[in-house]
Design a protein around this ligand. Sequence first.
Ligand SMILES: Cc1cc2nc3c(=O)[nH]c(=O)nc-3n(C[C@H](O)[C@H](O)[C@H](O)COP(=O)(O)OP(=O)(O)OC[C@H]3O[C@@H](n4cnc5c(N)ncnc54)[C@H](O)[C@@H]3O)c2cc1C
Length: 379
Amino acid sequence: MKAYSMTDNTISSAVIIGAGIFGVSTGVQLARRGIQVTIFNDGSPANGASGRSLSWLNSARMRSEPYHRLRMAGIDRYRTLAAKHPDASWLRFDGGLTWDADNDRNEIDAAYRHELSLAYDALRLSPEKVAGLTPGVDARAITPQGAIFNPGEGWVDLPALIGMLLEEFAALGGVLVTDEGKARVVIESGRAVGAETEKGHFRKADAVVLATGPAVPRMAAESGQVIGDGTPIALLVQTKPLAHPLRAVLNTPRVAIRPAPGGTFSLDADWAADEGVTVREDGSYEIDDSVVAELLAEATKVMEGSPHLEVASVGVGGKPIPGDGEPVIGAFKAIPGYYVAFSHSGATLGLIVGELLACEVATGIEHPMLATFRPERFA
Ligand SMILES: Cc1cc2nc3c(=O)[nH]c(=O)nc-3n(C[C@H](O)[C@H](O)[C@H](O)COP(=O)(O)OP(=O)(O)OC[C@H]3O[C@@H](n4cnc5c(N)ncnc54)[C@H](O)[C@@H]3O)c2cc1C
């Protein structure tokens, strides 16, 4: 590939719609390059998927090789950040523990072999071996096929990370606008020329980045750009603080659990979102408290000592997932100056996507690691 350095910028200004992890990470990278950046968000930063994410940093199980490589680069950037902040309560690499249900869909053996073939750090454990490697798990809940422990995995608290990145963004002269409602991309003569808020604030720019999480496919469609959309409604329950030794991220058949700053835990499960959330006619959400209680009970079963868990908050909304499951990153070729970032696993990818997308936006040079993730594959 052509080399691009911090001095190869071909633009001097950019506007980003969305202050989730993708928008903010891209914004700070562009600002580091000396580009004048404005971010428009319809409320406080991290008020979308990034504010209610399990945020497990991983490349576990099976996926395309380019996607695996991108995720590994994503984890690499977090390791660098963790080395700079060794005592951070918002970024930990305490490993991940996974097991499957005891039925004919149990894939632990296949997943373990696949991970070994990639040299992805993985240990296959029988239930009784778990306690020796990672604390806080009730081994009785682990199915007979056993578990995989991935010592290199971790988690991040995205609101904390976004807050830190925004401090740097502001210090570099970046502008964040949060009180002007929804923004839209402005296209003139077939080219993206800036963005405008609901209140009529227009910011002209050489490049526009669409990073509005679950809203990306609908907003892209407004200018005729097709992005396959598989976004489901997701639910994240935050517990009240409690003293408990669990440190790893747990992915179990009925609940995923990750530790969070302040001794709390984040809980997530697809079935709980499917059964417990109804979308009302006006688009707001109704949450079934009995399903939330069931999710807490599932968490209690897999945590050592069956702790009493209490709900502190429940986050509901779209979990951005492209139609084919792979990230959507880069330029809309049909509309010069218009870029997009839309993906699942945006926590794992947050830092690397910001870095690579900012390079592309600033220099116009395509990065080979994004070659299979272009939006035009849906056209
Ligand atoms: C329950 C759950 C569990 C997850 N688990 C994991 C995991 O374990 N590991 C992992 O890596 N990833 C995980 N993810 C995915 C990850 O959290 C997301 O991919 C990531 O947060 C997406 O970031 P984003 O910046 O694209 O979107 P968002 O965080 O949604 O940010 C978009 C922002 O744009 C704003 N916005 C929208 N429309 C407009 C508009 N018109 N004008 C102005 N602003 C607008 C929104 O308010 C929002 O603040 C999970 C997500 C969820 C919901």
